[in-house]
Design a binder for this molecule. Structure first.
Ligand code: MN
Length: 462
């Protein structure tokens, strides 16, 4: 295929060029004035942007959450991703307590088989593990390890385990990613709220104050410093958390930070509304003023990546809660947390370009290049270099896309952005050279996606 006369933007710059993709699914040429060959499809991209396919480094497809389960599986979720311009996801495997990480990995690999785009996997440990377990994961191309500083009943590990995994991952070129919230303090606040009869949805936010996110990030920075390893903080959601990231970086700690579109566009007031349960995610949505600071963090490079934490549910699943009560959840602690977002990430970050908060180059870096580099996929993913996978998005900055659930493809019946219209949407999306979406219509194939073994020793950005 020949994509002609687009404005091509990636790490190599911002220029008018043509892109030729080969039958091997790779990029074979990026230069001006290529001529079409017999049998070659030509896509005229004049007036459009041409960027590397998006890399979403934080998804939860098919994840069981109590009695509920994330409503997108790897087939439906990756189709929605492709339509929105994301051609690679890195999903989080969870090895629950008492479970063999290699068995959890095998389960996720099986779940991922119907994916329409390429899939890498992170591993989540929920208890202490041996160094040989870390090494076994890295040998299978799983080079990043998530640990939770929150959810003491099920997922949280203590600081000793965090230090231990940082050290063993660090020795073998792995990277630790952290859910940074002080889970033990939050658990107390949640119990206090419930026993005082404060059961409303807004209590989800009130019992998870931003200062306890900042505290955990500061602690994570200290542990990374002692371990002598980089660390990646998932879903930075608040101004105090951002300040903690900045302080760690100023002290010379290699801290890479991620935020998500929901923290850039939504605020906690929605939790007070009749559909408040549809907006429960963790960390919670914050007051509106935090958003400006997070955009600033993106523009300054304090935050390196934007991922989605995609974990959708249907309204009925949310109302039934994690205990699956037909009469509905008893209080805010029973609402399954997570928002849909895998399809709308590029468009919602692009809004920052529309509003002059970030540059077009920032947008490409945040959505594709930086996550690929951080997680050992560069330059095969996240770049348009000759020899890279032909994951290409042709972006129409003038296209208008309603963000209501009915106009999107994620398998859920509500949208956090309902009523908004995004300005900017993909016209054409290629995944390893194959057209997977054209004008918002999926034309790829379930199972086209491959498992992506990732390289150790990622070039950390912080
Ligand atoms: Mn998550």
């Amino acid at each position: 295929m020949l994509i002609r006369a687009g404005r091509v933007i990636d790490v190599a710059g911002d220029r008018l060029a043509d892109i030729r993709t080969g039958s091997d699914g790779k990029i074979v040429a990026v230069e001006p004035h290529l001529h079409g060959r017999p049998g070659e499809e030509v896509f005229e991209a004049g007036g459009l942007l041409v960027i590397p396919g998006g890399v979403d480094a934080h998804t939860h497809l098919n994840l069981p959450v109590g009695a509920a389960r994330a409503s997108d599986d790897f087939a439906s979720g990756t189709i929605a991703a492709a339509i929105g311009g994301t051609t690679t996801v890195v999903d989080y495997v969870t090895a629950y307590r008492g479970e063999e990480p290699r068995e959890a990995l095998a389960t996720w690999r099986r779940w991922a088989e119907p994916a329409a785009i390429d899939v890498g996997l992170h591993m989540t440990f929920t208890e202490a593990v041996s160094e040989s377990t870390v090494v076994a994961c890295i040998e299978q191309g799983v080079t990043s390890f998530k640990l939770y500083m929150a959810y003491p009943d099920s997922l949280q590990v203590d600081d000793g385990v965090i230090l231990d995994v940082m050290q063993s991952a660090g020795r073998h070129g792995g990277l630790v990613t952290l859910h940074a919230e002080n889970g033990s303090a939050i658990e107390r606040l949640r119990r206090q709220a419930v026993s005082a009869g404060r059961s409303a949805v807004i209590e989800h936010a009130r019992t998870r104050p931003a200062i306890l996110e900042a505290e955990a990030i500061t602690r994570a920075a200290a542990l990374a410093d002692v371990a002598g390893t980089p660390v990646y903080i998932v879903h930075v959601s608040s101004a105090p958390a951002l300040a903690a990231v900045r302080l760690a970086q100023e002290r010379g700690i290699s801290m890479v930070a991620e935020t998500c579109p929901q923290y850039l566009h939504l605020n906690e007031a929605v939790l007070l509304g009749p559909d408040g349960a549809d907006f429960v995610c963790t960390p919670p949505l914050r007051e509106a003023w935090h958003q400006e600071e997070l955009w600033e963090g993106l523009a300054r490079g304090t935050i390196h990546t934007v991922a989605t934490d995609h974990c959708p549910f249907t309204t009925a699943e949310r109302r039934a809660g994690i205990r699956g009560r037909p009469e509905g959840f008893a209080d805010f602690t029973e609402i399954p947390g997570g928002l849909p977002g895998i399809e709308t990430r590029l468009a919602l970050v692009w809004e920052g370009v529309n509003h002059g908060r970030i540059t077009i180059a920032d947008w490409v870096r945040l959505c594709a290049e930086a996550p690929a580099r951080t997680f050992g996929l560069w330059p095969t993913k996240g770049s348009l270099m000759v020899g890279a996978d032909a994951d290409v998005v042709v972006w129409d900055a003038a296209a208008e896309q309603p963000l209501t659930a009915g106009a999107l493809h994620m398998r859920t019946d509500h949208s956090p952005y309902a009523g908004r219209i995004a300005r900017g949407w993909p016209r054409l999306v290629l995944a390893r050279g194959r057209v997977v979406s054209r004008d918002g219509i999926f034309c790829g194939q379930a199972g086209w996606g491959r498992y992506l073994p990732r390289s150790p020793r990622p070039g950390a950005l912080g």
